[in-house]
Write a protein that binds this ligand. Sequence first.
Ligand code: SF4
Length: 332
Amino acid sequence: MTQANDSAVKALVLMSGGLDSRLAACVLRAQGIAVTGVSFTSPFFEATKAREAAAVLGLPLLVEDFTDDILGLVEHPPHGFGSGMNPCIDCHAAMLRRAGLLMEREGYRFIATGEVLNQRPMSQTRHNLEVVAVESGYKDSIVRPLSARLLPETEPERRGWVDRSRLLALEGRSRKPQFALAAQYGLKDWPAAAGGCRLTEPNFAGRLRELKRNEGLRDLEAIRRLRMGRHFRIAPAVRLVVGRDEADDEALERAARPGVDIVLGPVDVPGPTALLPAATSEADLLCAAGICARYSHAGTEPVEIEVRAGGQTRRLRVERMAPEAVERLRIA
Ligand code: SF4
């Protein structure tokens, strides 16, 4: 692959780690452009695939914390949500805006993405590519190397920082041209095109929607816990999380915050660890203990549940809650 020299034009490529962003980097590097990847992290997505891609391609990678940006958008998405709680149009625009700020601050000449015109029915239409570019505030600095020849010319092309004639004109849903390009650049393995953002997962989105409605999105730990266990709404401000397996139980034990959470678990029989807020009434605590008992391996006898809160431990003897009552309180 062509390597850039010291005087090379520098560009930032938004790196999801999927094939298209890898190819965008390769197409630019083939012109001698010095490419740096940029990726974002939040409670809803990680930069794992981007890191793998950067390692394979030998690219420097900047990883930016996007938590505040995405929480603001999940709270109030100007363009609304996709199929889950994913505010994709606003999220893309905000990522491009962050990349644009980095570009200006660090002396990159332009930003590039691996987007392909009309590849995805919602986010990659000509109209939506235009909308996110305009709303990012960096429209004229965004190059889409895989479809650039089908899109309006941008400043980096006009100024000769990137040779438009060596950019591509891919369009549509077929991936065959990308596979051919991958072979040309010697790329062998890449992750599946979609996936990686929990906001698009129906179960996670349902839990997040419920959290937003009842408690708001201020507590990052509550958001992180949406990935663990079974969830129950005991009262408007009381969410119970019950481990599904040993891994969940260990994660919940680790996640418990002294003075903030109550930890529940059966004493004499195997069963789950459960967490609920310290500010829980005694009636709600008994209800939570009944649910915890339901998921224990006890028979029909009452179950002894240990309650740890604020450095103190006590025990409650409770009946297992009936399955239909448990289901009524279950979230997603
Ligand atoms: S899928 Fe998730 S990370 Fe990707 S643009 Fe949509 S909201 Fe943002």
